[in-house]
Design a protein around this ligand. Sequence first.
Ligand code: HEC
Ligand code: HEC
Ligand code: HEC
Ligand code: HEC
Ligand code: HEC
Ligand code: HEC
Ligand code: HEC
Length: 358
Amino acid sequence: MRGLWGAWSVAALVWLAPAHALAGPYLGASACETCHPRQAKAQAASAHARALSRPADHRLSGVFGEARELRREPGYTFRVGLGDGRLRVEASDGERTRRLVADWAFGAGEQAVTFVGRLDEEWYLEHHFSYYSATGAYGPTPGHQMLRADDLGQAVGVQYRTFSPQTEIMTCFRCHTTGPLALGEGYSIEPSELGVRCEACHGPGQAHVEAVGKGSVEAARKAIDNPARLSPTELLATCGACHRPPASETAEIDYRDPWNVRHQPLYLARSACFLGGGLTCMSCHDPHASVDHDAKAYDGLCRGCHNQAEAPPSAVCASTEGAACSSCHMPKTQPQPELTFTNHWIGVFEPGSLVPRR
Ligand code: HEC
Ligand code: HEC
Ligand code: HEC
Ligand code: HEC
Ligand code: HEC
Ligand code: HEC
Ligand code: HEC
């Protein structure tokens, strides 16, 4: 039994292992600030940087601080709130009460925050209640709706072994933190840096900083990964290390499953604009900032390629009706009412379909 956030996490381990050819210690984002203030300032405020935090340090800690009463069928009651910096959960089936703490808040809160805590030396718990920004309310963590709650132990959430062959709970930390994971007292998982920070994408930075110190700019450039040097296909794999890489032709993937739309590289890799035009994630997103939610902001880029009277690529669309290009050609989908994802398989869609018309 498992939730949905880490639904392809087994593959993720394989993909994350070779992500950086560079060796050497990680320094943390604070070591990059002095020389790269522009990237550092933007990145610190991004959803990437806030992908994992302590509940009390979260941007929504004020909300988590208010004690709330919640229910789970059939007949469980929960009390959720902050105490001593941790999320405290009191769950009862009417007879027995379990008191649990969560030390970790996964998700910047752009859409959702899921709480994770260590139960004992063997187990971690993904808590049943996540916080959803769209509704301003707690609701079942993705995937948990489908699971039974025959007793209080099942009602509080989904348990993961710290050391299962798939090490599923470790993968949550791998994708939401930067640098190596260590084990603390009682086999607690201890990340080196919270959130997706500089060295998650650029690789460990010590050799780079040392080379700068020696005055060797060329050596410094070589000692750090710059994704700008990668081809569009390599870039999809780089971002795909966490967002899920494109699938091989033979892989069986249901592109009509709205949960898969959440994996943007998988979909973008199939779109004619990528195949014929070599789009990358950076064509539309600043890797150091959060998503721009102004749908019109992307139109200029579309027009930049679709600007000729005759194909290819096709001329500016006759059907725009003054609306943003992405509103029709990258439609939104909701795998559950509180979550919205954007279809990155750019194309012409029949209403409600997730696979473009061919
Ligand atoms: C002491 C100053 C200094 C520090 C600290 C520093 N850098 Fe740099 N960085 C430079 C210089 C100088 C260059 C080369 C000139 C340029 O591209 O601006 C550079 C270039 C880069 C580049 C572009 C490489 C390329 O191919 O052109 C990246 C990426 C980068 N740094 C990332 C980082 C990261 C990540 C950290 C923190 C781990 C960091 N830097 C810390 C000075 C520094
Ligand atoms: C180490 C894992 C990792 C890598 C590598 C990674 N991401 Fe992410 N990305 C995440 C996580 C985790 C989130 C969710 C942040 C949150 O909690 O909202 C995210 C969120 C995003 C978002 C949404 C931000 C928002 O404002 O809601 C964009 C856009 C994005 N990533 C683009 C990229 C691009 C482009 C690359 C490659 C250059 C990339 N990511 C590489 C882990 C990663
Ligand atoms: C393979 C990498 C990977 C693994 C493993 C992973 N995540 Fe994530 N997570 C992401 C990325 C990328 C995003 C942002 C885009 C998205 O939602 O797909 C994200 C987003 C989230 C969000 C925020 C959703 C939002 O948009 O606000 C939560 C909460 C979350 N993950 C929790 C977890 C938990 C809990 C686990 C472990 C059970 C986990 N994740 C495992 C990569 C990963
Ligand atoms: C999600 C992945 C990701 C993270 C996290 C990230 N970067 Fe980058 N960075 C990139 C990509 C991709 C490029 C290439 C940009 C391009 O092609 O336009 C880049 C480029 C750069 C450059 C070269 C100059 C430029 O802006 O193009 C520097 C310097 C840099 N990053 C520093 C940093 C620092 C410092 C941090 C942390 C505060 C950081 N990056 C965090 C992905 C990332
Ligand atoms: C052609 C432009 C374009 C490209 C290329 C692109 N995106 Fe997006 N992306 C968008 C738009 C538009 C949105 C929705 C913005 C909004 O309205 O909130 C979005 C939203 C997102 C989100 C937020 C969650 C969601 O699904 O709405 C993530 C994460 C993301 N993109 C990651 C990526 C990654 C990773 C890549 C590279 C594989 C990529 N994007 C390439 C245009 C693009
Ligand atoms: C880098 C250039 C480039 C950019 C940027 C670009 N496209 Fe495309 N697009 C292409 C190419 C090449 C094709 C395939 C040839 C054709 O259909 O004309 C294509 C095809 C399409 C198609 C037809 C899809 C199909 O399956 O036949 C649509 C619709 C489309 N693009 C819309 C968009 C929208 C909307 C944007 C902005 C979000 C965009 N494009 C950005 C190059 C680009
Ligand atoms: C109101 C919805 C809507 C908006 C907004 C819209 N389109 Fe379209 N677009 C369509 C439809 C529907 C078609 C298919 C028309 C047909 O086949 O008769 C289409 C066709 C296309 C095609 C040609 C696909 C092909 O293979 O012939 C391209 C390219 C395209 N649009 C680009 C754009 C761009 C760029 C924008 C923004 C400037 C845009 N569209 C805005 C609905 C829209």
